[in-house]
Design a protein around this ligand. Structure first.
Ligand SMILES: Cc1cc2nc3c(=O)[nH]c(=O)nc-3n(C[C@H](O)[C@H](O)[C@H](O)COP(=O)(O)OP(=O)(O)OC[C@H]3O[C@@H](n4cnc5c(N)ncnc54)[C@H](O)[C@@H]3O)c2cc1C
Length: 380
C-alpha cells in the first residue's frame, strides 16, 4: 500500500492475509452468497491464523499488534468478493469483542474474549431493536436485578452473526434515565428463554446471517454484566467509534475493488471501434473515482493515526464514516454504469459491490446521524 502509517510488519501481514483471502475465501464467494451463509470453519481457521485477535494483547491469545493491523484486515477482507463475509468477521473482531477487553472483568476476558480471539466462539453485538435504531436511548429491552442475577426481557433486530453466534453483547435498559439507564450484558446462546428468530432476507451482504433475537425471562448472573450499571450508553458510544472507523476503511477498500473492476472492463469492452476506456467521459469517470477514493483514504488513515496515538477524534471519525460510505456508493454506482448491461447481470461481480456498499450508509450510524454528530461537535 505504501502509506506512511504502515511499516514492514503491516506489509507482511497484508501479504499473508491477502494470500489467505484470495485462496481460501474468494473461490467460495458465489456459493456462500447463494447459500446466504458461510461455514463457521472460516472463523475457526481465521482464529487459528491469528487474524481475529491482531490487536488484542498476547495474554488473551492476540498478536499484540497496533490499530493499523485491524485496518489491514478490514481492507484485505474486501478481496473475499463477498461483503457479507468481511462484515461478519468485522462484527466479531472489531465490534462485539473490543468492549469486553476495554470494560470487561478478567473472568469475562478468559471466558469470552480468549475463545473469540481463537475463533472457537463467535460473537455478535445486539444494540438495535424494532423500536430503536439510530436512537440508542430509546432501547426498551429491560434487565431487572433479581438477587445476584439479572432477568432480561425484550427483543433485538438486524443482528449480524445473529444466527451463528455463541454469545451476544446485549445493550439493555436497567434504569429510567434516558442516557444513564443502559447496561451491557453477555448472553450465551444456550441460556433458557433466549431464542433466535427469523434469519432476515437482505438486499446485499448475502453471505452474512442477520437475525432477530428474543429474550423471555433470560436470567444471567451479575458476573455477565460488562462495565458499570448505567454506563452502557457511554460504553457503546466508545465502541461505535472503532466500528465506524473500520467501516470507513472497508468502504474505501470496497470502492477500490469496484474501481479495479471498472478499469478492467473499460480496457476490454469495445464500442464504436475502440475500448470504452478511451472515451474521455469514461476516463474522467475513472479519474474521479480514483480521486474520491484517495481523499477518503487520507481521512480514514488520519483518524487511524490519531486513534493509534491515543486520541478520540469523534468528529473526524464521523466525517470519515460519512464521506467514505457515500463515496463508496457513488464509486460502486459508476463502476456498475461503466459495465453497461453487464453491470446489471448477476454473473458480473460489480453488482455485488454495488448492493453490499449500500449498507455502509445505514449500519453503525446512518449518514444523517453522522451529520448530526458532526454538527454537534461543531457546536450546532
Ligand atoms: C445488514 C444490517 C446489519 C446490521 N447489523 C447490526 C448489528 O450487528 N447489531 C446491531 O445492533 N444493529 C445492526 N444493524 C442495525 C443498524 O445499526 C440500524 O439499522 C441503523 O443504526 C439505523 O437504525 P434503524 O434501522 O432503526 O433506522 P431509524 O433509526 O428508524 O432511521 C430511519 C431513518 O430516519 C433517519 N433519522 C433517524 N433519526 C434521525 C435524526 N435525529 N435526524 C435525521 N434523521 C434521522 C435515519 O438516518 C434513517 O434515514 C444492522 C442493520 C443492517 C441493515
Amino acid at each position: 500500500m505504501g502509506h506512511f502509517i504502515f511499516n514492514d510488519t503491516h506489509d507482511t501481514l497484508r501479504a499473508e492475509i491477502r494470500r489467505y483471502v484470495e485462496r481460501e475465501l474468494a473461490p467460495h464467494a458465489n456459493e456462500w452468497e447463494e447459500a446466504e451463509y458461510f461455514p463457521d470453519s472460516v472463523f475457526w481457521e481465521m482464529g487459528r491464523l491469528g487474524y481475529l485477535g491482531l490487536r488484542y494483547p498476547e495474554e488473551y491469545g492476540g498478536s499484540g499488534l497496533d490499530y493499523y493491523s485491524a485496518i489491514v484486515l478490514a481492507e484485505e477482507m474486501t478481496r473475499a468478493q463477498s461483503g457479507g463475509v468481511g462484515m461478519a468477521v468485522a462484527v466479531h473482531a472489531e465490534m462485539a469483542t473490543p468492549p469486553i477487553l476495554k470494560f470487561g472483568t478478567e473472568e469475562q476476558k478468559r471466558r469470552y474474549l480468549v475463545p473469540a480471539v481463537k475463533g472457537k466462539k463467535i460473537a455478535a453485538l445486539a444494540i438495535t431493536e424494532p423500536g430503536a435504531g439510530s436512537d440508542v436511548s430509546g432501547i426498551r429491552t429491560r434487565a431487572v436485578q433479581d438477587g445476584g442475577d439479572w432477568v432480561i426481557n425484550g427483543s433485538k433486530i438486524y443482528i449480524t452473526n445473529g444466527v451463528r453466534a455463541d454469545f451476544y453483547l446485549v445493550v439493555t435498559r436497567t434504569g429510567d434515565d434516558q442516557w444513564g439507564g443502559l447496561t451491557l450484558f453477555l448472553v450465551e446462546k444456550e441460556t433458557p428463554g433466549f431464542t433466535v428468530g427469523r434469519k432476515l432476507k437482505k438486499v446485499g451482504m448475502h453471505a452474512s446471517d442477520t437475525a432477530e433475537l428474543f429474550f423471555e425471562n433470560v436470567r444471567v448472573p451479575d458476573a455477565n454484566r460488562v462495565g458499570d450499571v448505567g454506563q452502557g450508553f457511554y460504553n457503546i458510544m466508545w465502541e461505535l467509534q472503532g466500528e465506524r472507523l473500520i467501516g470507513a476503511a472497508t468502504a474505501v477498500a470496497g470502492a477500490e475493488r469496484a474501481l479495479e473492476m471498472a478499469m478492467k472492463y473499460a480496457g476490454e469492452r469495445e464500442a464504436f471501434g475502440r475500448p470504452i476506456g478511451r472515451f474521455q467521459v469514461i476516463r474522467h469517470k475513472l479519474a474521479q473515482m480514483a480521486t474520491e477514493i484517495e481523499a477518503a483514504r487520507a481521512l480514514v488513515y488520519t483518524c487511524a493515526w490519531r486513534w493509534q496515538n491515543g486520541e478520540y477524534p469523534v468528529k473526524e471519525i464521523s466525517m470519515a464514516k460519512l464521506f467514505a460510505s457515500e463515496m463508496a456508493c457513488r464509486v460502486a454506482d459508476e463502476a456498475l454504469q461503466i459495465h453497461g448491461g453487464a453491470g446489471y447481470m448477476l454473473e458480473y461481480p460489480v453488482q455485488r459491490v454495488w448492493r453490499d456498499s449500500r449498507l455502509l450508509r445505514i449500519g453503525a450510524g446512518t449518514d444523517e446521524i453522522m451529520r448530526e454528530v458532526i454538527a454537534k461537535q461543531m457546536g450546532f
